[in-house]
Design a protein around this ligand. Structure first.
Ligand code: HEC
Length: 184
């Protein structure tokens, strides 16, 4: 191939990529921006002390609620897709805006898991705290939010009926069996 051809291929590739980079800017998934605090929001179901509420808002709600405070660079693709994927996945696991729709046992478990994730430094995600520096929790903030999460988890667990616990145990067993069968 002579150098003229190579140059022309590079040029054409560059043009195609540029057009694609501009093109994808027009494709945005729906925003996660429902700011209404409905009856199923955790803060409507249970008492969230003001200091804990501040922590949840700055460290969790951008991913685990129906309302995200988007950063300016969300307007640039593919950042927006990447953020959206995180939000969809996070809400699927735990959505504080829809907390009241969960069964009591699930509520209790999610709160306990939240405390554990914070304790182990898994949540908030490090890719998030990299930019949202104020979401890095101080030891005092961690203690406050973990204490509250565990206490509420226990309070809710006390209301779970034995039938629900039994049903959950069976479901877990069933899942374990399925996994074992798939593993074979
Ligand atoms: C940047 C987005 C983001 C932030 C901020 C964030 N999370 Fe998450 N969280 C996720 C994603 C994504 C998942 C699912 C994948 C995973 O487990 O890593 C998840 C999973 C979880 C789970 C696991 C649920 C389960 O049942 O397995 C818990 C609990 C949790 N997050 C709690 C929290 C709490 C509490 C905070 C605030 C202190 C928080 N997260 C902040 C994105 C986030």
């Amino acid at each position: 191939m002579n150098s003229f051809k190579v140059k022309s291929i590079i040029k054409r590739t560059f043009i195609v990529l540029s057009v694609a980079a501009v093109g994808i800017q027009f494709f945005h998934p729906a925003k996660n921006n429902d700011a209404t605090i409905g009856a199923n929001h955790i803060s409507k179901m249970y008492t969230v002390p003001a200091n804990v509420d501040v922590i949840l808002q700055k460290a969790c709600y951008d991913c685990h609620s129906n309302y995200t405070k988007y950063p300016w660079y969300n307007n640039i693709q593919p950042v927006n897709w990447w953020l959206n994927d995180h939000i969809v996945e996070a809400k699927d696991e735990l959505n504080f805006s829809e907390f009241g729709t969960y069964k009591l046992l699930r509520q209790s478990k999610k709160l306990k898991k939240s405390a554990k994730e914070i304790e182990e430094g898994e949540m908030p995600l490090s890719s998030y705290t990299l930019i949202h520096r104020d979401a890095i929790l101080t030891p005092e903030e961690k203690q406050a939010v973990i204490g509250w999460l565990n206490a509420l988890s226990q309070e809710i667990y006390a209301k779970v009926t034995p039938a629900e616990i039994e049903e959950d145990r069976k479901r877990q067993e069933e899942r374990k069996k399925q996994r074992e069968q798939q593993g074979k």
